[in-house]
Write a protein of this length. Sequence first.
Length: 304
Amino acid sequence: MNNFEKIINIIGVPSDFGANTNGALMGPDAIRTAGLNQRLKEIGVIAQDWGNIPVPIKYAVKDEHSKASYLPIVRQINHELKKLIVFALEKGSIPLCLGGDHSISIGSLAGVIEHHKNKNIGLIWIDTHADLNTPESSKTKNIHGMPVSVLFGKGYPELTELMNHQDTIKEENVAIIGLRDIDAMEKEFLKDSNMNYYTMRDIDERGIQTIMKEVQTKIIDKVDGIHVSFDLDVMDPLQVPGVSTPVPGGLSLREAHLILEMIHESSNVISADFVELNPFNDEKGSSAKMAVELIASLFGKKII
């Protein structure tokens, strides 16, 4: 069954509790305001918008939570998201999560793992950061820098338990694309792992088409389904300024579109996240509009 025959369930997660920069909580509604639902309709995709998961107002939360990286709140948000992801997958739909900071992918991955246990699932993580930190390795303690390590059982037990000691996603079925800002401990984690990872230098030297063909051969063609997690800070901030942690020298718009177009052509996408849009840092909604077009590429937009 290809993506045109499936319903996309849009789930907003307006949370920036996993980050130390405010603003990503406005991301889901900014993407909607930029015309997401209409754009999906134009390319022939049926989308049902399930609204936003209820998220506390950060300024009303007791101070002791901030000192603990808002861990109880991040855990609750991801627990609720996990349940919605499972529900969408049980209906035969493709859940599309709009962030919010990247900590929300803990819940989306947990839901995918819960529903697809005993299957072989791949993960394509498109991000300038490896997100492999742990509470011990992280200087900031921000949970949005930890979801991939949580996936593999490292980090806060309150979060790793959401994965139910998973073996659905194996390291060799993970590709991280667009890396250019990696902490020292994350580098060691990557080197010691079986994950496939591609830095911006790799992309410069080899070209994104060559890399995506490799990802397709190594992962996409061998698994039962693909979860795509796209962090908008992977983009060059000259083109997509509306993010919380901009780093110069990221993907161009055409490189990003080609990645997503090639993933779509596999007809193997089962779920997706688009995260870290920060409208507070955007310029006249340009990044939100680009997010809409990137999402459209993942779900079948074609030039001709």
